[in-house]
Design a protein around this ligand. Sequence first.
Ligand code: UGA
Length: 469
Amino acid sequence: MQVAIVGSGYVGLVAAACLAEIGHTAVCIDNDAAKIAALERGDPPIHEEFLPVLLERHRGKTLHFTTSLEEGIRKSAIIFIAVPTPPSESGDADVSVVESVCQDIARRMNGFRLVVVKSTVPAGTNNWIRRVLQRNGVQAHCFDAASNPEFLREGTAVTDFLYPDRIVLGCDCGRAAEMLKQVYQPLLDGSYAASKNAIPAPDDALVPARLILTSSASAELIKQGSNAFLAMKISFINAVANICEATDADIEEVVDGIGSDQRIGRKFLKPGIGYGGSCFPKDLLAFRAVARDQGYDFRLLEEVKRINEEQRRLFLRKVRGALWTLKGKRLAVLGLAYKGGTDDIRESPAIGIVQALLREGCEIVAYDPAAMKRAKAEFQPCCSIRFTETAYEAAADADALLVLAEWEEFAALDLERLREQLKHPIVIDGRNVYSREQMRKAGFCYFSVGRPETQPDVRSAIQSSDAAA
Ligand code: UGA
């Protein structure tokens, strides 16, 4: 099929590349000319596993990029809208870009079109889209509108798209449902997964993907409800982690016990410095605003947000607890992205913590495998922050090492080498990347989230320094 995707952010770009991968001809439209030019050259603007492979496979063949909405929608019967819906002053999602794209589509339509919203939007948006199209001269029989929320995560976006837990199609008429089922057929019948050059499926992939057909309003709520629930799981476990610290319990053991209940599950119960990114913080506010507009005060969501913000403050307190005074201390920071596996620093708890430490007079030496370019732009040149090419360089002569994002690369570091770099063998881990046992053996004073503080195993530290001598 021929499909158009308006917006080349995370969702739009990944959707366009994956739709080409499952056999469609996709055109991705964005009004950012520099971004489109880069994509036409094959330079992905984001760090995302498998995206370069998909661009290489399909760019210029069944995957095209353009700044012209007209060109993009002329031949495409289905138009996906994947533009940003940032928070407004009051917290609700600003859907003005969605509206203006619909007005533009209405002016350029030359036949029947199915307009599908992929952006995260408040319940009721589909009804507004119908109204906007009609107000702009499109007759009711010339279009359908549908909601097809996306559940991909940054860092694993391509495999999340190609091997989803579920495909939600919010359609208020049979024709829209049939068209969208056809789009996703290779994922719904498992034929994509069985194809020769398929991107490898994650171990826990559900093949074929489950189809969930709903009304458009339900689909919109499924998306907002999913993100709010996941954020709530994280805040819940962070609150439990804080109680663990006060009672000398170990959150890893507690999560193992709680998560073994199949009704609860282990996923998204990883404690840390809180969630960040372009979705959870914004979507939580937007969901609360939707509830408020309907006359329901969803206060639980406010508490989820409060606990999340508290995690950063508690982490800073932990740093102070480990180092006493902060002024003039040199701190190595590993991880600046809002989580491992991405170069995205939007609403990153790591950035917030680094800013607070700089205000306290610390000197920061930071390393992140992918987010450094974006992070550099975030700090004034006069700030006491330097960036290094490796984790070991960041650790050189530092008073302590802070882990702020859960990159696999950090878990695989040579801990002996890391310890030798540091001025003092102190690690404060905001993401529980290491086990306490591992850090004890490697000779570190180790502070983490929801677990008792660990002191070095003196014997192994002496043995390793003897061996080095
Ligand atoms: C999130 C959702 O997981 C996706 O399903 C959704 O499609 C997406 O938002 C969106 O709405 O577009 P994403 O923001 O990419 O995806 O990242 P997550 O992997 O969900 O992580 C979000 C934050 O929660 C990160 O800061 C991460 O470090 C933190 N987190 C996650 C925890 O602190 N603990 C956990 O157990 C899991």
